[in-house]
Design a protein around this ligand. Sequence first.
Ligand SMILES: *Cc1c(COP(=O)(O)O)cnc(C)c1O
Length: 223
Amino acid sequence: MNVSEKILDFKKNLPEKCTLVAVSKTKPSSLILDAYQSGHRDFGENKAQELTSKFDELPKDIRWHMIGHMQRNKVKYIAPFVHLIHGVDSFKLLKEIQKQAEKVDRVIDCLLQVHIAQEETKFGLDEVEVMEILTGSDLADLKNIRIKGLMGMATNTSDEAKVLREFEGLRNLFDKLRASDLPPNAQMETLSMGMSGDFKIAITAGSNMIRVGSLLFGDRNYN
Ligand SMILES: *Cc1c(COP(=O)(O)O)cnc(C)c1O
């Protein structure tokens, strides 16, 4: 199967309300264009520079997802076109996104990244910090920001029960926030969790957006 067929095949088995973000990091634009032929439009990248050059080269109706750690000094490059920033992990970063979004007269959709894995290395907020951002009086002032939900990455382990517990923890936080009073520019609609190795568990736990790379595009070569 070519990549376009793989994507169609993969989407056939997804729940209707689950959005696939095809993670194309390190892959050439030509391969993304092949994938685009399937009609798929949501693609994810984890580096601002790579994202910007692929945006330049590829059709403009692609919805580009920034899924990696977002450095504040790089926001300006992606602000003009990015569809959704998944990895927001501080209020300081939100303020920078606000500043750059205002400059280009856009409202930028963001997800708060929550730290659910055991590993130290994964970025993200804890539950208290998420609450502080969402209930603080400052968020409503960020008129060019819309918080659309949460994102998380589980521990990279073969212990599926552990992965399920982590995803369910995030789902519980999502549900709790959904039932609470949020500022007008924050809505709990999107729960981004699940990658090639754990998307099935994530869907069981209630994910409605999965980020899948290697399963569709093949293994990545970082040399
Ligand atoms: C690379 C990456 C993915 C996709 O990983 P695969 O295992 O290739 O599916 C998903 N989410 C994030 C944040 C990533 O950096």
